[in-house]
Write a protein that binds this ligand. Structure first.
Ligand code: UDP
Length: 244
């Protein structure tokens, strides 16, 4: 798979359709695979922290979650085909799981959120097999129990929703001990499936303004979002045009 280097993070040159197909291949193949879904903030973090950048690049697939990453690829004259939002990829995989193809496990969010997401999704997909739910607030004793539970349930797909960069670090550290076919880090997705947080309307998504909608709804994100102009300037002045 061709990869586009955005400030050191190697993003897969894939469309949503290709990403879904690749993810399904990962589930069918032996071993455990991981998919990361960085937006501009996370790419910027990786630029500032080479060990985190190396960790992201260990993933089996890295998709461009944010429109900023796609714009950056255009500035670098190595355009990515489209934005592949982590939430959308995860939702497509849930749809497949809803046909009875794969078992899933939800890990993350505040207590009760994974269960609420399960209830909502099972209304939509009655055959959806959710083999486990765990909230994302844990101490080290509970963490071991979570790992044991995932190992015992052997899900085809494990969604880890601890927010970035915590979820990527957690996945990279524990993936091999979990026995899940595919592990994805998909941030606030559980909150959306649970109905706790609203996804931006399609008009915002199409206009590449989902970040603005999230800022409007959650003004506390303001300081995190200061990474965005920094990201744009860094791409303009430091970005190299590299395709791997
Ligand atoms: N979260 C969690 N454990 C933590 C910190 C955060 O489970 O220790 C959850 C939080 O409840 C929320 C998600 O991680 O559901 C982070 O959502 P956010 O929208 O910030 O995701 P990001 O933009 O980082 O992908």
């Amino acid at each position: 798979m061709k990869k586009i280097d955005i400030l050191g993070v190697l993003i897969d040159h894939v469309t949503m359709e290709e990403a879904v197909k690749k993810a399904e291949d990962f589930i069918k193949e032996p071993g455990s695979r991981m998919i990361f879904t960085p937006n501009s903030e996370i790419v910027m973090l990786a630029y500032q922290d080479p060990s985190f950048c190396a960790l992201l690049n260990r993933a089996d697939m890295v998709i461009a979650d944010g429109i900023g990453v796609v714009y950056a690829s255009k500035i670098l004259k190595a355009p990515l085909p489209e934005r592949v939002a982590g939430f959308d990829l995860a939702s497509r995989l849930i749809e497949k799981a809803g046909e009875g193809q794969y078992s899933i496990y939800f890990f993350g969010g505040k207590p009760g959120v994974a269960e609420q997401a399960t209830e909502n999704l099972q209304k939509k997909y009655p055959s959806l097999r959710v083999v486990g739910c765990q909230d994302g607030y844990f101490d080290s004793a509970k963490e071991q129990a979570i790992i044991e539970d995932i190992k015992a349930k052997q899900p085809d797909i494990l969604f880890v929703c601890l927010g970035a960069p915590k979820q990527e670090r957690w996945i990279a550290e524990h993936k091999d001990a979990l026995g899940a076919g595919l592990v994805l880090g998909v941030g606030g997705s559980l909150d959306v499936w649970a109905g706790v947080v609203e996804r931006a309307p399609e008009a915002y998504q199409k206009a590449g303004l989902e970040w603005l909608y999230r800022l409007k709804k959650q003004p506390s994100r303001f300081f995190r979002m200061l990474a965005l102009p920094k990201f744009a300037l860094t791409v303009l002045f430091k970005g190299k045009r590299v395709t791997k």
